[in-house]
Design a protein around this ligand. Structure first.
Ligand code: UD1
Length: 392
């Protein structure tokens, strides 16, 4: 993309002239990881290709455990989290091969039900393997996910749901042990529409005896993608993408070939990058329906976002007589189809440059506002009270 590749470059940690970020948390050089040096005030242009959804791919990787046959998954992005999940599956005995964006997983000879602590503690999504492992082997031992920078992120809904399906669950020394000779279909009401809990329980229910109804289920597109992947493996699932998911257990699933949906968070992030730099650019492929809440807010801010064909979005700068980049608008993060929490930080950067004042409320996670002091250091005027940011 013109004006982008040559301006945003990776650099060695602590390259002379670069100041380490002052997050108030760990800033020792060895904790910093790679540094991005960004030279601002550039206009972007062109088309940004959007990769496969990371959160979908991670769930599908867990889902592949359900079948004692090979699965081929296309459009899997090459990211550290995907690599880590691959390593966790490999320790369980899954054959893993990632060539280009195609991931081959063969769980025909699972050799253990115990997931490795060092790896699971680094990747919360890997806890979701507890559902398929339990369903396939009748036993799963998965460490609790480690402390997380965006709140405590408990797994109580996963655990209670597995118990409702008939599993005995014990937590000892930070490891969740779940056992069940046979999981039994049941009715589960989730206190909160947790993405991970819906995914764990839906996967577990595919091989249970009888019908499972998950009420107040998460409706995120990544949950629906996992359900369709399971269907492709032979699972019987209704209500996909709604808040009531019904799974009728089958004795066995089979291998399949499947393509991951485009990443709506990545697409949103680049749309906001376009907005912040007063650029004309397109992003795609996307499923525009998955971005409705983000598009609506960008439009409310005065930005021009249009669909260009069935799977591409174009963003163009606002034309405000005041000359400001955009107008302030209030935002609240919510479960899908509400505004995604994963886009809260980038849209706050945009809101910091908008005309007027607005609030951004984070309702999904208790502690996901670490970017505010950093934005303020760059000149933003943002105050935080509880989970509400006031942006002027
Ligand atoms: C997934 C996404 C993450 C996104 C989040 C919300 C993946 C790999 N990650 O995370 O990018 O930000 O959805 O859209 O898909 N909760 C409980 N008990 C539980 C489970 C969750 O209290 O048993 C709480 C969490 O602490 C959090 C809220 O529910 O406050 C939402 O969490 P959840 O929807 O489960 O998010 P994840 O599946 O972890």
């Amino acid at each position: 993309m013109k004006g982008f590749d040559n301006r945003v470059s990776g650099a060695d940690p602590l390259e002379p002239g670069l100041t380490p970020p002052q997050t108030g948390m760990a800033t020792a050089p060895e904790m910093m990881g790679p540094v991005l040096k960004i030279i601002g005030k550039q206009t972007l242009s062109g088309h940004i290709p959007i990769g496969g959804a990371k959160n979908s791919a991670l769930a599908l990787m867990a889902g592949a455990i359900l079948a004692p046959e090979a699965c081929r998954i296309h459009n899997v992005p090459r990211l550290l989290d995907i690599e880590r999940m691959g390593q966790i599956l490999a320790t369980l005995g899954v054959k893993v091969s990632h060539v280009g964006n195609t991931l081959d997983l063969d769980a025909s000879s699972l050799k253990t039900s115990q997931a490795p602590y060092e790896l699971v503690s680094q990747l919360r999504a890997s806890f979701f393997i507890i559902g398929p492992l339990l369903a396939r082997l009748g036993v799963a031992r998965v460490p609790l996910p480690g402390g997380c920078a965006i709140g405590s992120r408990p797994v109580d809904l996963h655990v209670r749901g597995l118990q409702a399906l008939g599993a005995t669950v014990q937590i000892e020394h930070g490891v969740v042990h779940a056992y069940a000779r046979k999981l039994l279909g049941t009715r589960i009401y989730l206190d909160y529409p947790s993405v991970g809990a819906t995914e764990t329980l839906m996967m577990a229910a595919t091989l249970a005896d009888g019908e499972t109804v998950i009420e107040n289920a998460a409706q995120e597109p990544e949950v629906a993608d996992l359900a369709r992947f399971c269907q492709a493996m032979g699972a019987r699932i209704r209500g996909i993408g709604t808040n009531t998911v019904v799974v009728v257990g089958v004795p066995r699933l089979h291998g399949t070939e499947y393509t991951v949906i485009p990443d709506r968070i990545e697409a949103s992030t680049y749309l906001i990058a376009g907005a912040i730099t007063r650029s004309h650019l397109t992003v795609g492929p996307v499923i525009p329906d998955h971005l409705r809440a983000v598009i609506a807010k960008l439009q409310a801010m005065g930005l021009r976002v249009e669909e260009e064909g069935p799977n591409r979005l174009r963003i163009a700068p606002a034309q405000l007589s005041s000359g400001w980049l955009c107008q302030a608008t209030d935002i609240q993060t919510l479960p899908y189809p509400g505004f995604p929490t994963d886009v809260q930080a980038p849209i706050m950067a945009l809101a910091a440059l908008s005309e007027g004042s607005c609030t951004i409320e984070e309702t999904v996670f208790e502690n996901r506002m670490h970017h505010i002091p950093e934005l303020n250091r760059m000149g933003a005027d943002i105050r935080l009270k509880n989970r509400v940011a006031l942006i002027r």
